[in-house]
Each structure stands twice: as structure tokens, then as C-alpha cells.
Design a protein around this ligand. Structure first.
Ligand SMILES: [Zn+2]
Length: 485
């Protein structure tokens, strides 16, 4: 099955490359771009070396084992920053630093949740990020909502003294993770409606594609800076199925609940920054990275130890070349992503006056699965060069997507808002939401060969982005000028 999939991906990649070539031929306004043979040789060497290297796996093993779970703002996240600094110094980076920022800190605390009617049964749940504690132990009747849409119009006071339960569907598995956004609404804003209805707590079906009894945590969204004043708990998919069946039987349900989740005030977090200083244009930055923080239930192997490891290993392989590429390559290990992109926002703020110098940015934050598609959003005159990189990546089973795909990952969003061009290496996310934000996000889920394919793609892409004399910036550069000379 796997070889058939790889062959069909490769055929698709070939067809895609062919299509791109014919497009370029038919469009005389976009001149073709050709890579120098020395650049191609170097990029090919990086691919070959990366496929044989276990460096990324060693990095993610070290992070998940020596640091473990590392919730944004926690003491563990501080240890992760120390780990990142130490790693950067041990490897070949020219500059290693931490940029600190202040953030509000939320802690999960302890939880007990059970059905108490029609009979006693333990439920497997976890608090959602930003949840309040139960001031006293609760045992209250349940009002069942088939989906989040059914609670949106709830009348104020109609849930007084009740626990709202929002069901929904198990997320459909897909390569792109397309089902996440819609499913996520019950997690992000469900609380606002339950709270308006006067509920004493909200319980939701986890946002995940698995059938295991692990709940999926994740951040809620605040409303004008205000967080939930009630406890909000996600239960596992099989527990939600159970509640649904009892409800269909017409049973009156009750749930008992105690939770000590709470906000702890302001703490310090930070972004770890590792630079390979460019030999010719040190002020111009190609930014890559992942997020250093994780949720606290697993050890953050796929989310996002893998991304940190892939991008750090790719930069390290480039650092071992005889000379530095023209531009600076910057690896950012972003802090506090899960709890609201806080590290990304802090980075964009701290570097706003040099946003113009960020020539290209991308993040690896979708697990450790094989990369299958390469998207970009660069100056259209720079697109032929990106297509050439795409052709090189096709040997890894990666198809060239479009140049109209904005966004290089969650932590890149604030940089996109500052006009920074992006590329994206899309990973196969078919199994990602089985593990995402659960206790099951652990090192054993990472397949070393797939991780190495990621490093190969990043190393070749990032090397060429830093080496080529191409201006990627989109804003007011749509003049047909390809180079920055
Ligand atoms: Zn992530």
C-alpha cells in the first residue's frame, strides 16, 4: 500500500512539474530561472546527507526525555529554553540568545469527572486551557446539545444550575487536517454561550480523530480579554459517544465535577534564537522554526518537538557546509505557542522595525509525518526560482502546490501581517489529530525515516532560499524584478 502511495505521489509530482514547466513556457512575462550547478550540487548533497542523518531524531529524543512536557510559562518551559541554548552552543550556530516576554500563566491542576446518573461511571476528561476551577465540588444535571450550533442562541439564564454538554462529531481524518477548524468551535467559543445561559460548567467532546479514551486539551478563546468564569472540560470521544447513547435512550444525566485549574498571574517566557550568520547579507534573514512549548499531557513529541528538531537539524547540516550561505538563517524556538501564539507575537513586536529584513519565513508545526506538498507566497517574479526548488524537492515525493497560499505556520502569522513572504512544506496529517494535545503525544509516534525526509526538504529549501540572489518579498515589488543585486 505504502509503495503504491509513494508511486502515485511521485507521478502526481511529475505531472505537476510538467504542468509548471508548460505554464512557464507559455507565460513570457515570467522569465525562467535556473539554479547554478554548484547550488544544485550543494542542495542535493544536503538532501543525501539528511536522509542518512539521525540528528533530528536525537534532538527530539533529547527534548522530550530530558525536559519532558513544557507548558507555556511553566518552570519546565524555562528548562526547555536552557536546553535550546545549550543545544545551539553545542551545534554550529554563530549566535544563540533568548528573547524574553511576559505572559499570563494558566495551570491545569487536578480533575475528577464522573457520570452520577443514570449510574456511576468515571469519565476521561481534561480541563481546556483557560478554564476556571470549580469553587466547590459540583454534581448537577446535564443539558445535552447535539452540536455547538444548538447552543449559539441560548437564552440567558436557561441553563442556571446545569452542566452544559456539547457533543459534535469525531474529526474526519485527512491529510491536510481540514476538519480541525470547524470542530474546534465547540472548544474555543462554546464556553461563551454556556456561560451566558448560566451553566455551572461546560463539558465538550474532544476535538480529535481517534477512538481512544484520551481527552484532547487545547486553548479556549478569550472574549475581549475575559476568560471563562466556569470550568470547561473536554472528554474523550468514546465518553462522548456514551453520553450521546444515554441521551438518546431518554435518560436523565448528571455529572459530578471537581477541578483546580486556574490562572496564576504573570510569568516570564521566551523565544530561543539560533543564527547562522550570512556571509554576504548578514542582515537578511530566512526564518525557520517550531514551538518549544507543548501541552502538559504528553511530552510534546509531534507537537512540536518534531518541528524544533527538523528545523534545527536542517540548519545544522547547512552550518556544516564549507561556507555559510549569503543570507542569515535563523531558527526560532517559539515560546508559548499553544496558549495563544504569545512567543510569535512577542517576536514580531520585538523585530517590527526590521521586518523588511525577514526575506522568507516558515515553521514546522504539524507533526513529524512525510512532507507531500510545497506551497509559497512570494513575489510573482520570484516564483520561477521557487518552482525550481520545487523540482528539486520532487525526488522526496513532494508536489509543488501554489504560490497563492499565505502563511507558513501558526507562529509565522504575525510576521505575515508585517508583509513577510512565506513558504510551507505541508506534512501528511492523517494521524496527527489522533495524538494532538493528548497524553499520547510521545516520542514513539515519530517514524525516523519520515523525520529525515522532513529534514532533507527543509535543508535544501532553506539553503537555496538563503543562497539565491532572489528577492521574495511580495509588497510593492510586483515589478518583474527578480533579483536584488
Ligand atoms: Zn503546535
Amino acid at each position: 500500500m505504502k509503495s503504491i502511495a509513494i508511486i502515485s505521489i511521485a507521478l502526481f509530482a511529475y505531472a505537476n512539474v510538467f504542468f509548471q514547466e508548460s505554464l512557464a513556457e507559455e507565460n513570457p512575462e515570467v522569465p525562467a530561472y535556473s539554479l547554478k550547478s554548484s547550488q544544485l550540487e550543494t542542495a542535493q548533497g544536503l538532501i543525501d546527507t539528511a536522509l542518512e542523518s539521525d540528528l533530528a531524531h536525537k534532538i527530539v529524543e533529547s527534548l522530550t526525555t530530558e525536559v519532558g512536557a513544557r507548558l507555556g510559562g511553566s518552570e519546565a518551559e524555562k528548562r526547555a529554553r536552557d536546553w535550546g541554548m545549550k543545544l545551539g552552543k553545542k551545534l554550529s550556530f554563530d549566535r544563540v540568545s533568548v528573547e524574553e516576554f511576559t505572559m499570563p500563566y494558566w495551570e491545569r491542576g487536578k480533575l475528577n469527572i464522573s457520570l452520577t446518573a443514570p449510574y456511576e461511571q468515571k469519565l476521561y476528561g481534561t480541563a481546556l486551557g483557560g478554564s476556571a476551577s470549580t469553587r466547590e465540588d459540583l454534581d448537577a444535571p446535564v443539558v445535552y446539545f447535539r452540536s455547538v450550533n444548538d447552543i449559539l442562541e441560548i437564552e440567558p439564564g436557561s441553563l442556571t444550575g446545569k452542566i452544559a454538554f456539547i457533543d459534535g462529531e469525531i474529526m474526519v481524518k485527512s491529510q491536510t487536517g481540514a476538519g480541525y477548524g470547524p470542530a474546534n468551535t465547540r472548544r474555543t467559543v462554546g464556553w461563551q454561550h454556556a456561560e451566558r445561559g448560566g451553566a455551572v460548567a461546560l463539558v465538550v467532546r474532544s476535538v480529535g480523530s481517534d477512538s481512544h479514551r484520551f481527552p484532547h486539551t487545547g486553548m479556549m478563546r478569550h472574549k475581549e480579554g475575559t476568560w471563562a468564569s466556569i470550568p470547561v472540560i473536554a472528554v474523550s470521544n468514546p465518553d462522548a459517544d456514551h453520553v450521546r447513547r444515554l441521551h438518546r435512550l431518554g435518560e436523565k444525566l448528571s455529572i459530578s465535577l471537581s477541578s483546580t485549574a486556574e490562572w496564576k498571574g504573570d510569568v516570564s517566557s521566551g523565544n530561543v534564537i539560533l543564527d547562522l550568520v550570512g556571509r554576504d547579507k548578514p542582515e537578511e534573514i530566512v526564518l525557520i522554526g517550531g514551538h518549544l512549548d507543548s501541552w502538559d499531557l504528553g511530552t510534546g513529541a509531534i507537537d512540536d518537538g518534531a518541528g524544533v528538531a527538523i528545523t534545527t537539524a536542517a540548519a545544522e547540516l547547512i552550518a556544516r557546509l564549507p561556507k555559510r550561505p549569503r543570507r542569515t538563517i535563523r531558527v526560532v524556538m517559539f515560546g508559548a505557542e499553544e496558549v495563544g501564539l504569545l512567543g510569535a507575537k512577542a517576536y514580531a513586536k520585538q523585530h517590527a522595525d526590521e521586518a523588511e529584513n525577514h526575506v522568507l519565513a516558515t515553521e514546522s508545526d504539524f507533526g513529524a509525518g512525510t512532507i507531500w506538498k510545497f506551497d509559497s507566497n512570494v513575489n510573482s517574479a520570484a516564483n520561477p526560482a521557487i518552482d525550481e526548488i520545487g523540482k528539486l524537492l520532487s525526488q522526496l515525493g513532494i508536489v509543488r502546490g501554489g504560490n497563492d497560499v499565505k502563511g507558513g505556520g501558526p507562529d509565522i502569522i504575525p510576521l505575515v501581517e508585517l508583509g513577510v513572504p512565506t513558504v510551507r512544506l505541508n506534512q501528511n496529517g492523517m494521524d496527527y489529530f489522533d495524538l494532538h494535545h493528548t497524553p499520547d503525544d510521545t516520542l514513539d509516534k515519530i517514524i525516523p525515516e519520515e523525520l529525515a525526509q522532513n529534514v532533507a526538504a527543509y535543508a535544501a529549501l532553506v539553503y537555496l532560499a538563503a543562497e539565491l540572489d532572489v528577492e521574495f518579498r511580495t509588497s510593492d515589488k510586483e515589478t518583474g524584478e527578480t533579483t536584488s543585486k
